[in-house]
Design a protein around this ligand. Structure first.
Ligand SMILES: *Cc1c(COP(=O)(O)O)cnc(C)c1O
Length: 400
């Protein structure tokens, strides 16, 4: 049958490049991870026990920070960082629109207002010159996102923060294991936030971490995840061991020992995971290098991405199909493509708050053209080959 011709798109009735859907991201769990969790289940401490401090200590060492505070999601980590930064009503925080909504929502949680800076067209990272143009007397902080795993230009952002007395928060949920000018992500901002959702570099099921070198921030972060309760040991001794005080309004954002044990076990494999992500990204880079219908994101020479995502940008002028058609055709080939992200302020909730289209033209244009390809350490070379085959097949048909 001519429909089974391997050049006929699956979306048009041809055979798909593969028979099962390859997701865009997936956790990598082995028997050591399972044993670590089971051991905690047999212990006395399911939460607020020794694995929490152990995970924080190892994580801080891994990223080169003085303090690490574990919380139960990346979103909680962002909320805690925004709280520790002292963001409140009347404050503005400059954020990127090219991110998951949580990166900006944390400002709203604290009563502040996110102000969106635009991104650089080739990296989709927050553009320091756009940030500078959005600074006002109300600006209190910057939340930068290391989009796809490549660190932002932290020297430029730090300089701006210093000049205007701002707190620099790095949302590094994409960038665990990445470097900027040979300095590790985790050492580049006043506070750095990570997520341990299953699609991220390491997982705890759900989980997050804030790292900082600033002891005052560390104290505020610890109180915030535990109802705003201060644990001053000397005061406890003086007043009796039952004594505690709730000094600020906090939350229960604690990460259980069960999850921390998984995190500790996963952390041992971080270097391997990142190396494999880079290997797959390099295969994509070279496969797509000479394709006029698509660009890979630019990688700056002074940075090493840890590739949470592999994002390509379609050159729609070379295609007789829309992004939606390309997306649908790749899905039909059983390639679990995705789109990261809808500009944050396009969401209806932001619209209700008065944000409208047109704020960040570079990000908005990019959004219409981006597609995220599958990328996770457990992908085989064959899986990677399937993605490349499917992209070439779809773009070949749509370029005609
Ligand atoms: C994953 C992610 C978050 C949220 O992390 P959760 O652990 O899912 O709450 C925040 N920001 C970015 C950029 C992310 O990728």
């Amino acid at each position: 049958m001519s429909l089974d011709d391997k050049n006929t798109l699956a979306v048009e009735g041809g055979s798909p490049v593969r028979n099962t859907l390859l997701p865009y991201g997936h956790q990598c769990i082995d028997e050591d991870d399972i044993k670590a969790v089971v051991d905690v289940l047999r212990s006395d401490w399911l939460t607020t026990g020794p694995k929490v401090a152990e995970f924080e200590k190892r994580f801080a060492e891994m990223v080169g920070a003085k303090y690490a505070v574990a919380v139960n999601s990346g979103t909680a980590a962002l909320h805690a960082a925004a709280f520790a930064a002292g963001i409140g009503p009347g404050d503005e925080v400059i954020a990127t629109p090219m991110t998951f909504a949580a990166s900006a929502n944390c400002v709203l949680y604290c009563g502040g207002r996110p102000v969106f800076g635009d991104v650089e067209a080739d990296t989709l990272l927050l553009d320091p010159s756009s940030v500078e143009s959005k600074v006002s007397p109300k600006t209190k902080a910057i939340i930068a996102v290391d989009y796809a795993g490549q660190p932002c230009d932290y020297d430029a952002l730090k300089k701006l923060s210093d000049e205007h007395g701002l707190i620099l928060i790095a949302d590094a949920c994409h960038a665990l294991g990445a470097t900027y000018k040979n300095r590790k992500v985790g050492t580049l901002a006043d506070m750095t936030v990570f997520s341990f959702h299953p699609v991220k570099h390491i997982t705890t099921g759900e989980g997050g971490m804030v790292v900082t070198d600033n002891p005052d921030f560390a104290v505020r972060l610890c109180a915030f995840r535990n109802h705003g309760i201060t644990a001053d040991h000397r005061q406890r001794e003086a007043e009796g061991s039952w004594f505690y005080e709730m000094a600020e309004l906090g939350y229960n954002y604690r990460l259980p020992d069960i999850n921390c044990a998984l995190g500790l076990s996963q952390l041992k494999k971080l270097d391997k995971f990142v190396a494999r992500r880079r290997q797959i990204a390099a295969l994509y880079d070279s496969a797509f290098a000479d394709m006029p219908a698509l660009f890979s994101l630019a990688q700056r020479d002074d940075r090493k991405s840890s590739y949470h995502l592999y994002v390509v940008r379609l050159n729609l002028s070379k295609l007789n199909a829309s992004r939606q058609q390309v997306f649908g055709a790749l899905r039909a080939e059983n390639i679990g493509v995705n789109v990261h992200y809808i500009p944050v302020y396009w969401h209806p909730y932001y619209n209700k708050l008065g944000y409208g289209k047109g704020l960040c033209p570079v990000a908005e244009k990019a959004y219409e053209e981006i597609v995220t390809l599958p990328l996770f350490p457990a992908m085989s070379d064959r899986d990677t080959g399937d993605v490349i085959k499917a992209v070439k097949k779809v773009l070949r048909v749509y370029a005609e």
